[in-house]
Write a protein that binds this ligand. Structure first.
Ligand code: SAJ
Length: 400
């Protein structure tokens, strides 16, 4: 039996996937409400294919509880936030989970840590608190919005102290994973995960910097990137209103925090990405002036989540923008998001799309949800700032 600890964005789909492929799984989370919701037969976040997977796993006998189980294999997928001041990883949830596992697990059990950690974290914080168990690091790679498909098809990395344990854990993942599973050591596994997300962060920062250069001299960044990407060895990502999510906007900071004298490109890239919400705010100001709009109450942000077609708001560029506004004592811009409707979290949010459009003259496309792509007609006549170059309307559309 596998006890999956932490039933969030990664732990839940992983537990469901293993259970639906015939592995005996018990999911544990310390959040009683979350466990109660799962036991009522409901999933806790929206994700393509997750509800179907959930039903299958329930039929195959998955159980959810707040209790840690006594078994021979554990998968830990609890959050690893970063300390905003030191930029270092905060391993406290992983440490707490491993300590709790140690209270109930038998000698020789295997503890797989899926949570993202910076290189060396397991040696520094986890090894000193364990005894007579096998440690493994198997970082996840799935992308919100396409998690179920990617769980099945992505290649994976497993870091272990011995080949034998690595191969044993590989066989659990091979029960569902059709990608290649590489077995390596723990430190390499830790580093690869952070490096993958850093690669993407640096590439997005490059695109954002190009957008600023092109804006300065009135060049079309999208056309330039499109043409450059026709070169066989160039693949530039897209500029945007900022980088959100719990991965790409967080993990690269671990390297900056641990190697401040060495991680210069990464440091600058992260600062560039973090500067995008301010850059968009300046664009809003410029374009308001150009169009004679003086009332910020007539400007609306479309999209609150950190990216398209998900309900996740962690580190969302829209929330970063609202936060900057608040710190300048400005009243928040109006917002609308079909995926996120919790008014307690986002001030000035309008829940009805038509009402939102009635109340604004300018719409800033912060997130390119499919919802807006099916409703461009409704935006005719508005001043539009399209942060993603997706709007097909010809007139009064500006880019960042
Ligand atoms: N973004 C851009 N321009 C782009 C692509 C993305 O501005 O060209 C922005 C998005 O709008 C979003 C942010 O970057 O705000 C991150 O989104 P994302 O879709 O690039 O990635 P995440 O954070 O949802 O998931 C990433 C993935 N990592 C990589 O692609 C290397 C995923 O595979 C990881 O499993 C996940 O991080 C994680 O958990 O680490």
């Amino acid at each position: 039996m596998i006890n999956v600890i932490g039933l969030g964005y990664i732990g839940l789909p992983t537990a469901l996937m293993m259970a639906s492929h015939g592995v005996e799984v018990i999911g544990t989370d310390y959040n009683k409400e979350l466990v109660a919701t799962l036991n009522e037969g409901k999933t806790t976040f929206k994700e393509k294919g997750l509800d179907e997977l959930f039903k299958e796993a329930v039929v195959k006998g998955i159980n959810f509880t707040t209790e840690y189980q006594t078994t021979d294999t554990y998968i830990i997928s609890v959050p690893t936030p970063y300390d905003k001041f030191s930029k270092k990883v905060d391993p406290s949830y992983v440490i707490a989970a491993v300590k709790d596992v140690m209270k109930v697990c038998p000698k020789g059990a295997t503890v797989v840590i899926e949570s993202t950690v910076s290189p060396g974290t397991i040696d520094k914080y986890i090894r000193p608190i364990i005894k007579d168990i096998n440690l493994v690091h198997a970082p996840e790679r799935i992308i919100p919005g396409n998690m179920v498909y990617e769980l099945l098809n992505n290649n994976r990395t497993i870091g272990a102290d011995s080949r034998e344990i690595g191969e044993k854990v590989k066989s659990y993942y091979a029960s569902f994973c059709q990608g290649e599973i590489v077995v390596t050591d723990i430190r390499t596994a830790e580093m690869t995960k952070v490096v993958e997300n850093t690669f993407r962060a640096v590439n997005i920062a490059f695109a954002n910097e190009l957008a600023r250069i092109c804006r300065h001299d009135n060049m079309d960044v999208y056309e330039i990137i499109r043409i450059c990407n026709m070169h066989p060895r160039v693949n530039i990502l897209q500029p945007g209103p900022g980088v959100g999510g719990h991965c790409i906007s967080v993990d690269p900071w671990f390297l900056v925090g641990d190697y401040p004298q060495l991680a210069k490109v990464i440091d600058e890239s992260m600062k560039t990405n973090d500067g995008q919400p301010s850059f968009v705010l300046e664009r809003i100001y410029e374009i308001m002036k150009e169009n004679g709009i003086s009332d910020t109450g007539r400007v609306g942000l479309y999209g609150i989540t950190y990216k398209e077609n998900v309900d996740d708001i962690r580190e969302s560029p829209t929330l970063q923008m609202l936060d900057i506004q608040e710190r300048h004592l400005a009243s928040p811009l109006k917002t609308f998001d079909p995926f996120f409707t919790d008014k307690a979290i986002v001030p000035n949010q309008i829940l009805d799309f038509d009402q939102f459009l009635n109340e604004v003259d300018m719409v800033v496309i912060m997130v390119k949800h499919d919802h807006i792509k099916q409703r461009w007609d409704k935006l005719r006549g508005k001043v539009i700032i399209d942060c993603h170059n997706v709007c097909p309307i010809g007139e009064r559309v500006y880019h960042i």
